[in-house]
Design a protein around this ligand. Sequence first.
Ligand code: DPP
Ligand code: ZN
Length: 873
Amino acid sequence: PKTIYLSEYQVPDFLVDHVDLRFELFEDGARVHSTLTVRRNAEARGRAEQLELNGDSLTLESVHLDGRELQAGEYEDRGELLVVPAVPDTFELQVVTWLQPHKNTRLEGLYKSSGMFCTQCEAQGFRCITFFPDRPDVMARYRTRIEADKSAYPILLSNGNDVERGDLDGGRHFVTWEDPFPKPSYLFALVAGDLVEQKDSFTTMSGRDIDLRIYIEPRNVEKTAHAMDSLKRAMRWDEEVYGREYDLDIFMIVAVDDFNMGAMENKGLNIFNSSCVLARPESETDMAFQRIESIVAHEYFHNWSGNRVTCRDWFQLSLKEGFTVFRDSQFSADMGSPTVNRIENATLLRTAQFAEDAGPMAHPVRPSSYMEITNFYTLTIYEKGAAVVRMIHTLLGPEMFRQGSDLYFGRHDGQAVTTDDFVKAMEDASGRDLGQFRLWYEQAGTPELTVEDEYDRAAQVYRLTVRQSIPDTPGQTDKKPQHIPFALGLLDTEGNDIPLTLAGESGPGDTTRVLELTEREHVFEFTGVASQPVPSLLRDFSAPVRVNYPWNRDQLMFLMSHDSDGFNRWDAGQRLAVDVIREVAGHAETDIDPRLINASRTLLNDREADQALVAKMLQLPSEAYLIELSEEADVQTIHHARERVLKMLATALRDDLMACYQRQQPAERYQVTPEDVASRSLRNMTLAWLLDLGDEQARDMALEQFRSATNMTDQSGALRALVNSPFEEERSHALDTFYQQWHKDPQVVEQWFSIQASSPVSGDLAAVRRLLEHEAFDWKNPNKIRHVVGAFAGQNLVHFHEQDGSGYEFLADTIRRLDDSNPQIAARLTAPLTRWRKFAHVYSEGMRKALESVRDKDGLSRDVYEVVHKSLA
Ligand code: DPP
Ligand code: ZN
């Protein structure tokens, strides 16, 4: 496979102004008639004579140039490229292709899922539909006519507004859609199926009425209300916070069961993985409700940050994804608990993105090369990209940031632009110099801050020395220091914030200050500090960096109870727990520090504190995070140390846990408020801890909760606790009952799969193999694969990392098997193996061998090839 470089970017030789598509859909295939209005790009004049169009897996039937059919020899079909050697400056090109959507298991381009036709074109799926300059800087207006059997496919959808419909011979019908906004081909979409329509409406800030529709299979009619509400909230929020109004008269969402990603922001016709849009309290958990709210918002927000202003090339992917994730997380924070939202974002970054940034696939937020672009839909592009936008927001402040975003949208509406254009708009609006800040887009790797302090009692001066360094990553060494907003506060002996005054400043300043780090080393002197303070560093996780400072356990306890910054209260607790787990790791006789027990007891009994934060603070750091923090991770030791701390805590706190459980009575009516979510989370966490002990009273409580639950959060919470308990009989009985109750609902069955595949108690490899044989498992459905194989390799670390290497071999087999049918999913599943260098030798050897066995497969896809070769390099 070929590597593509950002430095080789050239403007397109030809532009397409208009695309006219006609789809004839049949059971055994689809014929696509495409008519392109093409002109030579003035900016590329003098370069190419010939027209080159991308294609992938297409059967070409005919080519017409300005109405004349081209003969063999007048064009060349090279499979991935259609070349027409001699073309005039402007012309009309008509191409007819034949596809087989029912055989499309890659789920890119046009395919069938549960009897409906649907599309996925990002990043390069449009070329699986017809020959086209399939790159985001070619923006055209589309008119799409869909023809299909009327009874099997009564609903025919595409982007824009429906302008014409009618009946055809042979029981067929057609609908024509016209999208007035020029768009890149990756935003094209088509759906045809026997779907039910749920309608609502929204009045925009300028008083226009928008028709909102969600299309689902009939069995899902009860599951759309939450997505519809989320959509309306997102539409209102984007008007209020960003001044962005929806532009078409109709906005549609379609739910699809087989989907490689979470969802897709196609213009006016968003297509969603069912698991990211459908929910009702009885069958979906709080987590699903929250995920849906944020993804519906995310895709909607793309209408401006992505569709109206799009990416020039795929190296700029974070232009739309980083910004849109930032927007959706601002939205979620406004809808729920901002602190919890911050904790969740930071957790994802610190466990998964930091690991990616330290691994063989590390890349900058704006990569400089790739082989297969679908491998770059990463946590770095999305989450670190969002953190970078958040830092601009922090540096500029909300008002300037809004002026910057207004300028960006106004200046680039209808254009395909770069991350640099985004930063430039922020600079121009604010007058700030973000020159050095741009390194965040160019340099990979997680910056590390090492902080030292010194207190001069006589002078009442507190001196803080901050050094930054950025580790080497593949292809990048000796990095320049970055511009880092470093928010901090200082706590006095009472636990109050000290107003901060830097040397040379007059008068006391704010209690949280954002220091700007730009050099390798800074010394900050705070004056008028009356006693030795405890520093609260990187408040609200103001930058995606690691911070090293030698807090002792008493200081961490102090921060846990006094820090005015909720995020750092939580983080202090995490640091304390990490420290305690590390202390007992490999030492079976060591008792755990009573301070951790006391801190947890205080939290469990604290009814005044924000319960959402309490629920988060009680969770021990995950195994994945502990691995990320280790030099040479020993998974088994980490797992057993964490388990032992959990058991000792649960033993010491049994009565407090019982009391806390009893206090969390289910609400009358299910609501996804931060308070109710926190209460259910506490309820299920305390239950899980107690069951982990093998407590019989807790077992009965779990059985009762399982039987009487009126929502899925409580029912699956009880099921999970039982599955992870030593009570074998109750476990298998609960699993059977649950399956009988829910086997008709694929989304619940996914939960049932993942609870088993991720169980550190019962989810060993043999159990996982049995799940693959289960009647409900389907190798063609990405969600099923993710919930069994993905859950096992990604969450069930103790079993995946069995020292005999069986877990690795199993994953390698799975990747080889999926490489032919769905390379995107195969490449995604490879991620856990790519981190092999992070692990102790007993693990890393087996992981490397497994990667090699994938590498040696014949006909490896470009997707998997890139991941495996980079990992072994
Ligand atoms: N562009 C999609 C999203 O992140 C992913 N395909 O919204
Ligand atoms: Zn997105």
